[in-house]
Design a protein around this ligand. Structure first.
Ligand code: FBP
Length: 254
């Protein structure tokens, strides 16, 4: 198999600056207002804000990205699985709803998949991810794993040991990049970056924070050695998303 830098289309100066917009699936309309519920508004923001990629589910990619101007302007990461927050079982499972081949057809340069580490269904997710990872690499696409510890055996999703385990699982499973939640300190995150080895690490933004706090978190993450960020709500829920994007680019030095 060709050994290739699958993430190259998503990096600028070695950094990933990715806008996440799969929340309509994961959280419903609750995250949105009149403006940011429009995928077209988000795609424009991704281009104007100079993001290096955007995360969409299949339906949005099909209707708003494929064969549009955006396909030339911003690389796509197609999220292949998803679940709603109505599903209240303690042990989550997020089923696949799109194939790697279809993601490629829609213009994706990479695919994304969420694994809930510690869930009683983790075995199914590992198996699904394994197939996706191989197929994506055969087709020349990058693979990003969202790895979130969650389930009845998980007491604290931000526990250092658990998030480090999540980071390592990404490497063991062959992800090119893993997305984890900020564990609360630069030192803890630096350890996670280390255990992830050659798998690159990006952090999620989480629920909307006061701007200064958000910038502090991202600055610490950069110091900890992450490759970049894959953020959603802290950008497009802001009144000034372009200003936030500019500040983030400054922190990432891109
Ligand atoms: P945010 O930066 O808005 O937190 O987005 C990151 C993300 O991973 C999204 O891709 C996803 O929809 C959401 O968080 C899932 O978060 P949770 O599982 O905690 O509801």
């Amino acid at each position: 198999m060709l050994k290739k830098d699958y993430l190259r289309p998503l990096l600028r100066k070695g950094r990933a600056f990715i806008l996440a917009y799969d929340h309509g699936f994961e959280h419903g309309a609750a995250d949105f207002n009149g403006e940011n519920c429009d995928p077209e508004y988000i795609l424009q923001l991704a281009v104007k804000g100079k993001y290096t990629g955007i995360v969409l589910q299949k339906g949005l990619a099909e209707k708003y990205y494929y064969q549009t101007i955006y396909q030339k302007k911003i690389p796509l990461i197609l999220k292949l699985n998803g679940k709603t927050n109505l599903f209240k079982e303690k042990d989550p499972y997020s089923p696949v709803n799109c194939s790697v081949l279809y993601a490629k057809k829609l213009g994706a340069v990479a695919v994304g998949y969420t694994i809930y580490l510690g869930s009683e269904f983790e075995n199914i997710m590992f198996a699904e991810f394994g197939r996706i990872q191989e197929e994506a690499h055969y087709l020349g696409l990058g693979v990003i794993a969202w790895v979130y510890p969650r389930g009845k055996y998980i007491k604290d999703e931000k526990d250092t040991g658990l998030v480090s385990y999540a980071a390592r699982i990404g490497l063991e499973l062959g992800a090119d990049m893993i997305k984890i939640k900020y564990p609360g300190s630069e030192k803890k995150l630096a350890r996670m970056v280390k255990v992830a080895g050659k798998t690159k690490v990006v952090i999620a933004g989480g629920p909307k924070l006061p701007e200064k706090e958000f910038y502090k978190m991202i600055t610490r993450a950069v110091k900890a050695g992450v490759t970049g960020i894959t953020v959603g709500r802290n950008v497009w829920q802001s009144k000034y998303p372009l200003k936030v994007s500019q500040q983030l680019r400054k922190i990432l030095q891109i």
